[in-house]
Design a protein around this ligand. Structure first.
Ligand SMILES: *Cc1c(COP(=O)(O)O)cnc(C)c1O
Length: 431
């Protein structure tokens, strides 16, 4: 499979190049040249297949011959080493829990798969040593650190803003050791991001190290997110109603992967992009005008994105045509007040504890089902409520149980290097 640049259809690269480079020239996104049609027989027997096999069938056409069958199976086995259950909330609503991975957020799958692919390409031998440099506001760092831990030939350097990530998130970044280094930046997330960007265009550094990024625009982080929808379908296949999925969306990678799965033949009828007050897509579907705004801070902070990078990929799926897109996609936006109220309501009524992101997904689904009563709806629960402990406990007025894996990380010793400006980052990278 070849990947082309969404800025220039003539710029085409292999899967390996798209993964190693991350972005096409001019900061454009890569997109697969063809979207495979999976055979009907595959969907008919899907509920009898193990998840690793489903994932293999779905992703193999995108990887092609660049990773052999055994190699790809190995990567998938390691990446998908936990469960993806659909939990019934009410008669017409279920939630797909994506938080059973090592860092308790859905980004574990994308990060693990990307680490597996990059590790495979480095091992094959013609790349040399690679440094993954990434800035995080919280969840990405932990997932990337975990995914790349112990992968030979790859060093990971994570920048995070001192005092601005949760205690759990900080422990997930700073206690792993081995090939993972955490740089604690005296500044905010934007400062971290700026330093990373500067390093990527600094020739002194690129003479010395081969840098790559691991954020969500990389095809190896984006594509494997389609697995969630296949795994959910496997559990929902007996339903008589039409199927809708509500996806709490920030950078729109997750929902875009779901829409890709539909295009490959997965029988999903409708998608709902659930937004917090960062609602550029909700407004687009109302007005046909795409007008990004600077992001505002909310309690579902992983979705505080003013201008979602992956929306251009959704447009590409529909060749830029508004009508077919708007028939398949609805979008709603909710305030923090509404989000808190939903967490409380669902706990009281169904005894289920949602995190703030999942709660936004629930609200979007609820709204859609009011207008469309012939659907069964699934909302994606993208993080464990323990990752947003204070918000959730304040709302439900109860303690949330802390999983064993988190307790273990909380007891480990934090190791980080404090830096204050770009020269200190450069000094570290030039060693
Ligand atoms: C990253 C993230 C999201 C948003 O996902 P996108 O693919 O960027 O839309 C939602 N919830 C949580 C918990 C996240 O970490």
């Amino acid at each position: 499979m070849k990947y082309f640049s969404l800025n220039d259809k003539n710029h085409k690269v292999s899967f390996e190049d798209a993964v190693v480079r991350g972005l096409a020239p001019g900061k454009a996104l890569y997109f697969p040249e063809e979207i495979p049609d999976l055979p009907k027989a595959f969907f008919q027997k899907l509920n009898k297949l193990p998840k690793e096999e489903i994932a293999f069938e779905a992703i193999q056409p995108f990887v092609g011959e660049e990773i052999d069958k055994n190699g790809l199976q190995e990567i998938l086995k390691k990446t998908l080493d936990f469960e993806f259950p659909v939990v019934q909330i009410s008669e017409t609503i279920g939630t797909l829990e994506l938080f059973h991975g090592p860092t308790l957020a859905f980004k574990d799958v994308g990060a693990g798969f990307m680490a597996g692919c990059l590790g495979h390409f480095v091992k094959k031998g013609n790349l040399g040593k690679i440094t993954v440099l990434v800035a995080t506001s919280g969840d990405t760092g932990g997932a990337v650190a975990n995914g790349f831990l112990g992968v030979e030939g790859i060093d990971v350097v994570i920048l995070y803003p001192k005092g601005k990530v949760s205690e759990i998130q900080e422990k997930q970044l700073t206690t792993l050791g081995q090939n993972i280094t955490a740089l604690e930046v005296n500044g905010n997330f934007d400062d971290c991001q700026d330093m990373v960007k500067k390093a990527f265009s600094d020739e002194d550094i690129s003479d010395k190290r081969q840098l790559t990024s691991a954020n969500s625009i990389n095809v190896a982080r984006w594509l494997p997110q389609m697995f969630y929808y296949f795994f959910a379908y496997k559990q929902l296949a007996g339903k008589q109603q039409k199927l809708a999925f509500s996806v709490p969306s920030g950078n729109f990678g997750n929902i875009c992967a779901g829409m890709l799965a539909k295009k490959m033949g997965l029988p999903i009828d409708h998608f709902i992009a659930s937004n917090n007050e960062n609602n550029v897509v909700t407004r687009y579907l109302q007005s046909q005008e795409y007008s990004p705004k600077p992001s505002v801070q909310t309690i579902s902070n992983a979705m505080d994105v003013g201008n979602p990078s992956n929306f251009v990929r959704i447009l590409e799926l529909f060749k830029g045509e508004f009508n077919p897109l708007s028939q398949q996609l609805s979008s709603y936006s909710f305030s923090d007040v509404e989000t808190r109220k939903a967490i409380k309501e669902v706990k009281d009524k169904y005894n289920y504890v949602m995190d703030p992101h999942g709660a936004v997904g629930y609200l979007g689904l609820q709204q859609f089902l009011i207008e469309n009563n012939d659907y069964y709806g699934t909302f994606l629960e993208t993080a464990h409520p323990v990752k947003f402990l204070k918000t959730v406990e304040d709302v439900i007025e109860e303690k949330v149980g802390i999983p064993a894996s988190i307790k273990e990380a909380m007891n480990k010793e934090k190791k980080s290097i404090e830096i204050s400006d770009y020269s200190e980052l450069k000094e570290y990278l030039m060693q």
